[in-house]
Design a protein around this ligand. Sequence first.
Ligand code: SF4
Length: 245
Amino acid sequence: MKGRIYSIESFGAVDGPGIRLVVFFHGCPMRCAYCHNPDTWASDQFSEMTVEEILQKFERNQCFYESGGITATGGEPLLQLDFLIALFTAFQERGIHTCLDTSGICFDPVKTDMDKYRKLATVTDLCMLDIKEIDPVKHKKLTGQDNQNILAFARFMDEQGVKLWVRHVLVPGITDDDNDLFELGKFLATLKNFETLDVLPYHTMGVPKYERLGLEYPLKDVPAADKELVLVKKAQIMKGFSFQS
Ligand code: SF4
């Protein structure tokens, strides 16, 4: 079996605990207005790789990964569920920590093969889940997709006992509404394996990529978020969390 891999970063420091081999899967069904990896969307830019080839890359630098492991990110790793399961199974069998960085968008409790998702949960040590917006209408406007299955995915992984780190990108005037953030906090309080909330300031560093790819940047009039705003808004999420707890 081969996976469609956009790229691999050998020494990732922000994609889970420790230093990690970060595997960027190709393709994503979302179209987040602030995406800084639009190059992973393009249909023909990928290499086909086997699990063994990725293991070999890991083993070449294994001594650096002692407190880290492997992270599958993208793009969207869940688009290649079978390959993802095979990859994590091989790494976990070798005692290597596995982290899934996902939007959860491919999960559908009605249509998806739940046995496969249960298998995925057994080979995933940590799930880093993006919750981009709790309000379904605003979520659709921001990403082109509904968020109901994403929230269902969070509940599912939680029920399966997978640790959850949640990220929210704070975009001024778009994902910083106090009521929505309070509701997001309330939702997080319902997840018993929720461990960490990371609120990331929206930045504009992806703009040159859009220019290179000939794409129009959807948020060109939106300023970057500053650290102070992030602190205030993170406190608002935690207010909702405490309210629900
Ligand atoms: S889910 Fe991630 S890769 Fe996909 S469009 Fe959104 S930010 Fe980009």
